[in-house]
Design a protein around this ligand. Structure first.
Ligand SMILES: Cc1cc2nc3c(=O)[nH]c(=O)nc-3n(C[C@H](O)[C@H](O)[C@H](O)COP(=O)(O)O)c2cc1C
Length: 335
């Protein structure tokens, strides 16, 4: 399949793996790129720019296909040295950066001078237009369903994607709630040129996280996520667990007066404990509603091949079948 996104990034399939804290290591990024998608290393999971340089080198050893690096600009307990991270990205020969959180405007000159293509993840049409105006090459339009930070507009992808298509000139991928061929075909129908998946890629053989995490995603339903940190305007969609129950209790007690320090124990340092040690209740960790669509733990290649084969079947048989007047055309079942 060819779209503006496959052409822009030099990939075989219009499928991107979004940056994920303590998940987006070289193992997953290279597996996605080797399977024809675009794998992304999560920059800030590497505690220093030197460690990021090593992770990029490790990924180059695992794939000769294009892969990217995610740079997230979100409120943090300490501000990372972004210019040094960008230097590591440039010197590592990376040509694609996924930015997220705040606008990457102040870093665009450095990224563009290095010949890097920037795909910015946005949760609204206005932020997508801003990304286009500051010279981003593409956007990842992230609906309310998404795991991680859905923003504060609560706009689901059924509305957000067609609205983005109405306004944007640069290509965009659909992000949030994407799991299979049905997601991809729907995203393409709504104007996207591909899709970005986060949560679905965690439940794959190559994702270098504890098996408890993969099992939890297979077991979870679409009803099992919660929104935290709303009062801080730093909303995050996470999987419900004991720490999240406590966090929500504190949020109810504090109301609008909530400070980040009040929930420090539930949010700080949770990721290594969850993703590496498999302690699922150690704190709040991002997860999309799409968990309800995850039923297995395939290899990345099996997942991507299945999506592309099912997408072709849905388009050729089901959709063209309707046009040909076959009301009984096969349902959009996926393997
Ligand atoms: C465990 C986890 C960690 C994430 N960490 C980051 C991150 O560090 N930076 C970022 O830009 N997005 C992060 N995301 C968001 C993903 O890149 C992606 O946009 C999102 O998962 C898409 O929604 P989905 O989970 O419904 O596929 C994370 C998502 C998950 C599930």
């Amino acid at each position: 399949m060819k779209t503006a996104i496959t052409e822009m990034f030099g990939i075989a399939h219009p499928i991107i793996q979004g940056g994920m804290h303590y998940v987006g290591f070289a193992e997953l990024a290279s597996a996605v790129s080797n399977a024809g998608g675009l794998g992304i290393i999560t920059g800030l999971t590497q505690r220093t720019p030197e460690l990021l340089a090593k992770e990029i080198a490790r990924c180059h050893d695992m794939t000769d296909k294009p892969f990217g690096v995610n740079l997230t600009f979100l409120p943090a307990f300490t501000t990372p040295p972004y210019p040094e991270y960008i230097a590591a990205i440039r010197e590592g020969g990376i040509k694609i950066v996924e930015t997220a959180g705040r606008s990457p405007e102040q870093y665009m000159p450095a990224l563009k001078a290095a010949g890097i293509k920037v795909i910015h993840k946005c949760t609204s049409v206005r932020h997508s237009l801003k990304a286009e105006a500051i010279g981003c090459d593409a956007v990842s339009v992230d609906g309310f369903e998404c795991g991680g930070h859905p923003g504060e507009d609560d706009m689901p992808n059924m509305i957000l994607l067609p609205r983005a298509a109405e306004e944007l000139k640069i290509p965009f991928v659909a992000s949030g709630g994407m799991a299979d061929a049905r997601s991809l075909v729907a995203a393409l129908a709504m104007g996207a040129a591909g899709m970005n998946m986060g949560t679905r890629f965690i439940a794959t053989k190559e994702a270098p996280v504890h098996d408890n995490v993969k099992r939890a995603l297979v077991a979870a339903s679409e009803l099992d996520t919660r929104l935290v940190m709303r009062a801080l305007r730093n909303t995050e969609r996470v999987l419900k667990n004991k720490a999240v129950d406590r966090l929500l209790e504190i949020e109810r007690e504090k109301g609008a007066a909530l400070k980040i320090a009040d929930i420090h124990d539930q949010v700080a340092g949770a990721y290594p404990k969850v993703m590496i040690d498999g302690d699922l209740d150690a704190g709040a960790w991002s997860c999309g509603m799409v968990a309800g669509l995850i039923k297995d733990v395939p290899t990345v290649k099996e997942l991507i091949d299945r999506i592309m084969a099912d997408a072709e079947r849905i388009i050729r048989e089901r959709l063209v079948g309707f046009l040909d007047g076959d009301a009984q055309t096969k349902p959009a079942k996926v393997a």
